[in-house]
Design a protein. Structure first.
Length: 235
């Protein structure tokens, strides 16, 4: 008989996050699914740009038990309030760049700081943060999108560092960044005209792809970046 365990999805009100939480609940292998989101009711609300909010959410998960073996950070910021990804140097706005870093980089770092210690010290555990292929420096052939690219590239570096630290704590831990592909959500909607036919997927399909990739990961692959189909992305 296995010990009870939980899963945590942060950003569970978004398109991909909600689909991930639903898929995990349907799978049934986790005894509890914690659906955390900025718009969720107390005590499930979390604002990853607010350290106190992250601390409170982690304390709630710890107190509620059982311990999580899976934490997925399904948050991200690409456009908002009239701001869109930059096309040229003249579009760079320091406030928007700071906001992008706050959501896409610092927020997941705060989650890692307070949620990684909740994972068991033995047995396979997963901490996964949604990143993006455009965060790959090696894959950057078109430029532009400065704030988003930089924030996701920084997230990928953080994931590598978190993986090294977590392996010292639990050699069976897996810490990765995941690229979900182009998903039909509010985040991608303004840019879907440029998407190649047949490559836009629904949130439930994206969730199934991501969870299939997660299931196949081994501790030897910790600290790396993987696409929805399990292929590795070079940083």
């Amino acid at each position: 008989m296995t010990d009870p365990e939980s899963a945590v999805v942060i950003g569970a009100a978004g398109g991909i996050g909600a689909a991930l939480a639903d898929a995990l609940a349907a799978d049934g292998r986790h005894d509890v699914i914690h659906r955390l989101a900025r718009s969720a009711p107390t005590p499930f609300a979390i604002d990853i740009t607010d350290a106190d909010s992250v601390v409170a959410a982690a304390a709630m998960v710890a107190a509620g038990g059982p311990p999580p073996r899976l934490v997925i950070v399904a948050t991200g910021l690409l456009h908002a309030d009239g701001h869109r990804p930059e096309r040229g140097l003249s579009d760079i706005d320091p406030d928007w760049m700071a906001r992008s870093l706050a959501v896409n980089t610092i927020g997941p770092a705060l989650v890692a700081r307070h949620f990684l210690p909740l994972l068991p010290r033995r047995g396979r555990t997963i901490f996964a943060a949604l990143s993006a292929r455009v965060g790959s420096i090696a894959d950057n052939r078109t430029g532009g999108w400065f704030s988003y690219r930089a924030s996701k590239a920084a997230l990928n570096q953080l994931v590598r560092s978190f993986a090294i630290a977590e392996t010292r704590r639990n050699p069976e831990a897996v810490v990765v960044a995941l690229h979900p592909g182009t998903v039909d959500t509010a985040m991608s909607r303004p840019f879907q005209r440029a998407v190649a036919p047949g490559t836009l997927v629904t949130p439930p399909i994206a969730a199934a792809n991501l969870l299939r990739t997660i299931d196949a990961l081994t501790p030897a692959q910790t600290g790396r970046i993987f696409a929805w189909d399990g292929s590795e992305i070079i940083p």
